[in-house]
Ligand binder design. Sequence first.
Ligand SMILES: O=C[C@H](O)[C@H](O)[C@H](O)COP(=O)(O)O
Length: 221
Amino acid sequence: MNEKQLAGERASDYIKDGMVVGLGTGSTAYYMLKALAQRVQEGLSIKGVATSQATTDLANKWGIPLVSIDDVSHIDVTIDGADEVDDHLNGIKGGGGALLYEKVVAKASKEVIWIVDAKKKVKTLGAFPLPIEVLPFGASHSIALFEQKGLQPQLRRSDEEIFITDSGHYIVDIQLPQDENVEAFAAWLDTLTGVIEHGLFLNMAHTLIVGEGDQVRIYKK
Ligand SMILES: O=C[C@H](O)[C@H](O)[C@H](O)COP(=O)(O)O
């Protein structure tokens, strides 16, 4: 079994009968969804809140019941992947472009669990480019600002076309400055007009499940 599968399957154990569950996006969340679908088939009763169209499609295909985030007062637990996670359980997300809905769902959740393979557990965030979701209107000005700050922005593309998020925005991938405090950098990003959201998820995860070789390691905040 690969590390992503180990982490994803273990995470599905955290889902209990009657819960509203935030369903993450990506190749690791895929395994959690698969394990959850199996449990639903065996009689587990949950309601899922999907974080992307891709996850909605998988849940529909596998018979996981979904509700809209606006039809629930809270989410009991959200299980999602991440691109990098440090020792404080701060992370970078958005490698698959789902960061906006993922952050909205995480913020509505009582508990957030991340599932990753071992290479994503890092000492310092920033080897993975930081995804910034920007408004298409004026995107060239957002990119110019990042360029001016030395952040090496790259407008994300998919098969030559500009990548469009589920909510109709662009993604600009930048290099996280290594000499700057991540909280301060996230706070600066939050002030920028035209920036819809960014992939720094700070103080959001409570539990990290890492598939490492043929073992699972669990870290708590
Ligand atoms: O936008 C995508 C999400 O943040 C994913 O959860 C993240 O990129 C990790 O994906 P994967 O498990 O495929 O590496």
